[in-house]
Design a protein around this ligand. Structure first.
Ligand SMILES: [Fe+2]
Length: 289
């Protein structure tokens, strides 16, 4: 099965964030996430940590510019591109200087840009004060079914969990409240939440363990950055988490102990309730349960 999915294994490599006040956003990520900042061109910054990387661009309004995935090797990248082209989806030029010349971009039905390629450089320098590998990103959508079809059928993401699963498989005809997708054994590198608006929902850093969550929470406290959700444990993914917001209001997650699922493991179904989203307590609902 793995050989029929050129995407597998792929990891989220970096995000491109757009901000109307990029100076302030870059400052936030330097101060709170410990990124080193380098202005590549006027209005465009590369933020680098040992396990995490972002590009920040000045733009009209805050949001996701693109999400870039690193695939396993050149052969898989070429196969993925051929697969996508055979399905009639449009390929665009990569907007990222961090991936090689063979990288390419594609837009999902909501207009979110995905980039696939091979990193130009290995990440081997520096030490993040607090560990956290850029691990997943999540979008909201007002039309989740075309998005699901695109990520599953065109790109080859593997479905891990469906919240409000009866809406996917039953006769009810409703839309799932959330779907989680993996591109390697980690439970999700991408997810979609149904909502009354589209766009970036959050991005997440996977730290090592519970004590790392504690250290991040103490760090955020010292910087007077309030957490708006957690600590808790998600049902889908079974990961520990806290969430807070950056200078633009984008939600960030520090996660630990995200579960793994083999490629051929069937997806599971969850009710759309508070316990699914947080086994420990209150939920952040993106749509009415
Ligand atoms: Fe998350």
């Amino acid at each position: 099965m793995a050989d029929r999915r050129p995407l597998w294994p792929a990891r989220l490599h970096h995000l491109g964030l757009v901000s109307a006040d990029a100076d302030a956003l870059v400052g936030f990520y330097q101060r709170v996430l410990g990124y080193d900042a380098e202005e590549l061109t006027e209005g465009r910054w590369r933020l680098r940590g040992r396990e995490r990387e972002l590009l920040v661009s000045q733009g009209a309004r805050a949001g996701l510019g693109f999400a870039a995935f690193a695939v396993e090797d050149g052969a898989r990248l070429a196969a993925l591109r051929a697969d996508i082209e055979a399905k009639g989806a449009g390929i665009e030029a990569s907007p990222s200087p961090l991936l090689g010349d063979d990288a390419f971009a594609i837009k999902d039905p909501d207009g979110n840009a995905l980039v696939f390629g091979l990193p130009r450089e290995a990440r081997d320098g520096g030490a993040d004060a607090l560990c956290g590998r850029l691990q997943h990103f999540v979008v909201t959508s007002t039309a989740i079914r075309p998005m699901m079809a695109f990520y599953e059928d065109v790109l080859g993401f593997v479905l891990s969990d469906v919240v409000d699963g009866e809406a996917r498989d039953g006769d009810g005809g409703g839309d799932p409240a959330a779907v989680f997708y993996r591109s390697d054994p980690e439970h999700h590198s991408f997810a979609i939440f149904r909502a009354d608006h589209g766009g970036l929902d959050h991005h997440a850093y996977e730290s090592g363990c519970w004590n790392d969550i504690r250290d991040w929470a103490d760090h955020l406290s010292a910087l007077r950055v309030p957490m708006f959700w957690g600590p808790g444990r998600h049902g889908p993914g079974n990961n520990l988490f806290v969430m807070f917001r950056d200078a633009d209001g984008n939600a960030l997650e520090i996660s630990a102990e995200l579960e793994e699922m083999p490629i051929d493991m069937a997806h599971r179904q969850w009710p759309h309730d508070a316990r699914t989203l947080n086994l420990w307590g209150d939920a952040w609902f993106r749509s009415e349960p």
